[in-house]
Design a protein around this ligand. Structure first.
Ligand code: ZN
Length: 289
């Protein structure tokens, strides 16, 4: 059995199954303090039968350097109680020392969306989640990108929309970075309602679409991904992904090589990208052991 955890700031999704694309049981638990939450996760997974590999896609920031003694930790998160939490090695030990694969939630989602495309093992793709926060994962030539830590697509700086000059932004670090301008809390802070509640003719849709489209353009222009998959709660607003795609084409203005092949799409796996990616991490960890 493979075991998987999508570790989020508000909930943990747990799953088990014989293969990455065959989840046979799952449970969602609220994210409380680390000791309680990790113990609850480990107890449920252990109750599902013998586990040969564990995969974790986690909220962050996280440490992904295998040479670091803090590998598998959530590092500097503002979430109370969670900074400096050993997640990967702690859960591996709690499950009898099972091999563990660990990555960001969005890199896990990117891996799963890449696998869901089928076909060649190579290829490139970015996964952006637009929800309570904004994050991004990258798969290039079939492999997740970590760099010196991991991508933080939510904290790039977009050009301000002409009808959105006065809002200071909600990011505690940067103010008007992408997350500070286009996340769910940023929408709520400006307009007092979610995009879905505002109605399709409200100007907020075009403003949010513009900012996310700029991020897609940056990904196309800097790392030349073929596809940007946009998930998360805000991205489930009807019509928003289509607006983002249309705006990105306008922004590019026909310039980028390969532009005609760029795609901006909703997740093929719906809301299951993250947990499926964690199953893939579990499978890889079991295979490497
Ligand atoms: Zn920021």
């Amino acid at each position: 059995m493979l075991a998987a955890i999508e570790a989020g700031g508000t909930k943990f999704v747990l799953a088990v199954g014989p293969a990455p694309d065959a989840i046979t049981a799952r449970l969602t638990i609220p994210t409380r303090d680390p000791a309680t939450t990790l113990a609850e996760a480990a107890a449920w997974l252990a109750s599902q039968g013998p586990i040969k590999g564990l995969g974790i896609g986690s909220f962050g920031p996280v440490e992904l350097d295998p040479a670091s003694p803090q590998w598998g930790f959530i590092t500097t998160t503002p979430k109370p109680g969670w900074a400096g939490t050993d997640v990967a090695r702690h859960l591996s030990a709690a499950l009898g020392g099972v091999p563990v694969g660990f990555d960001t939630d969005v890199n896990a989602a990117a891996l799963a969306e890449h696998a869901a495309r089928g076909g060649a093992a190579g290829g490139s793709l970015a996964y952006i989640t637009v929800g309570t926060g904004i994050g991004g994962g990258l798969v290039l030539d079939g492999r997740p990108v970590h760099g010196i830590a991991h991508p933080e697509v939510g904290h790039i700086f977009p050009r301000r929309h002409p009808e959105d000059r006065d809002f200071a932004g909600t990011c505690p670090h940067h103010g008007d970075c992408l997350e500070g301008l286009a996340s769910g809390p940023a929408v709520m802070a400006r307009w007092g309602a979610s995009l879905s509640e505002l109605g399709a003719d409200h100007g907020a849709h075009a403003i949010v679409a513009d900012y996310v489209a700029q991020a897609c353009h940056v990904l196309f222009a800097s790392v030349a991904v073929e596809e940007v998959v946009i998930g998360g709660g805000v991205a489930q607003t009807p019509g928003l992904v289509e607006r983002i795609a249309a705006r990105a084409r306008e922004l590019d203005a026909g310039y980028l090589p390969g532009g005609a092949r760029h795609r901006i799409i909703a997740p093929r796996l719906g809301t299951d990208s993250g947990i499926t990616g964690a199953m893939l991490l579990a499978n890889a960890a079991a295979a490497d052991a």
